[in-house]
Design a protein around this ligand. Structure first.
Ligand code: GLU
Length: 316
């Protein structure tokens, strides 16, 4: 679904009414593949604003599962940016990240993903896969921009031995998943048609986002997943993977609006005009950036500065 098609049934104050009773847990889970930008701020505003307004507990998780793209200097920068913004996690302490390994950093948490993989293997649902992206596209044909290629099941039909690759896929049930998104309303997804069997570990032995996030959301008892609408399509497969791992009650989901460039393009870490580092260097204050990010997605009518402590006012 493109952002233009997205119909927000609830924003701002209306979201609070849909949250669980106080004590619920959510997370801020950036990937340190670049500097934080205004898009991350929009996510942080929803996470901390709703948590502080409605009795939530914020976990900070560093999603550096992709070791080829993540860099320690980006992690240091994002920790420092969060402190500068005044956004303090309740768990996943900033000093603990600086001190060394912690299970809130995905690259330190491989044991948990391995255990989860054993569990799926014991169900007989895991198989090795030697298909490259190019092999898959050669079978399914080119996909439109933004669409994903559905894995056609090549290595399920013609099994390969485990010693040929580290890559593993999980055979999904053909279930239709219905999720009531707190902002978007009912969403119906059929993961087996969207993406086919999910890659959980790649040929370099790296755990994938789809797998690591499900294991962490389960282990860290996350009740409400708050994130941008660009991840909406991943929801069904994450619920399904969680169910296979034993999570009967999935988390609630809230997918919020994304900040866009004037021409509608999605922000990326290469978008220097919205990088926090550069905006800070140009003299922006924490409150001016939080206020601008909130305004850009319609959480307030003007770009009035908002301090971290005042974020709940955007949701009550
Ligand atoms: N690590 C992801 C990102 O930075 C967020 C994943 C999620 O919230 O599920 O985009």
């Amino acid at each position: 679904m493109s952002q233009a098609d997205t119909q927000y049934a609830a924003t701002g104050a209306a979201l609070g009414k849909r949250l669980p009773s106080p004590g619920w847990r959510t997370r801020f889970a950036p990937a340190p593949t670049g500097y934080l930008h205004l898009g991350h701020l929009v996510n942080a505003i929803h996470v901390w604003g709703l948590a502080r307004a409605y009795g939530g507990h914020v976990v900070l998780r560093i999603e550096d599962h992709d070791r080829t793209r993540c860099r320690p200097e980006y992690e240091s920068a994002l920790l420092e940016d969060l402190e500068w913004l005044g956004l303090t996690p309740d768990e996943g302490d900033i000093e603990a990240f600086r001190a060394g390994p912690t299970t809130f950093r995905q690259s330190d948490n491989g044991g948990a993903y391995q255990q989860a993989l054993f569990r799926l293997e014991s169900l007989g649902r895991v198989y090795p896969c030697i298909c490259s992206r190019r092999d898959i596209l050669a079978i399914v044909g080119p996909t439109a921009a933004g669409d994903e290629a559905r894995y056609p099941g090549t290595c399920l039909r013609t099994p390969v031995t485990t010693d040929r690759t580290s890559a593993r896929r999980v055979q999904l049930d053909a279930d239709v998943i219905t999720v009531v998104d707190l902002a978007l309303g009912e969403q119906v997804q059929t993961p087996v048609d969207q993406c086919g069997d999910v890659l959980v570990r790649d040929r370099f032995g790296l755990w994938t986002y789809q797998f690591a996030v499900v294991v962490d959301d389960y282990d860290q008892q996350i009740d409400v997943v708050i994130r941008g609408a660009d991840l909406l399509n991943s929801t069904g497969r994450q619920v399904l993977l969680g169910r296979m791992l034993g999570r009967i009650e999935p988390p609630l989901f809230l997918h919020h609006a994304l900040v866009r460039h004037e021409d509608g393009r999605k922000l990326s870490k290469a978008s220097h005009d919205t990088s926090l580092r550069e905006l800070r260097a140009a003299g922006a204050t924490a409150a001016s950036l939080l206020g601008e990010a909130a305004w850009r997605v319609g959480l307030q009518p003007t770009a009035r500065p908002v301090s971290a402590d005042d974020l709940p006012t955007l949701f009550v």
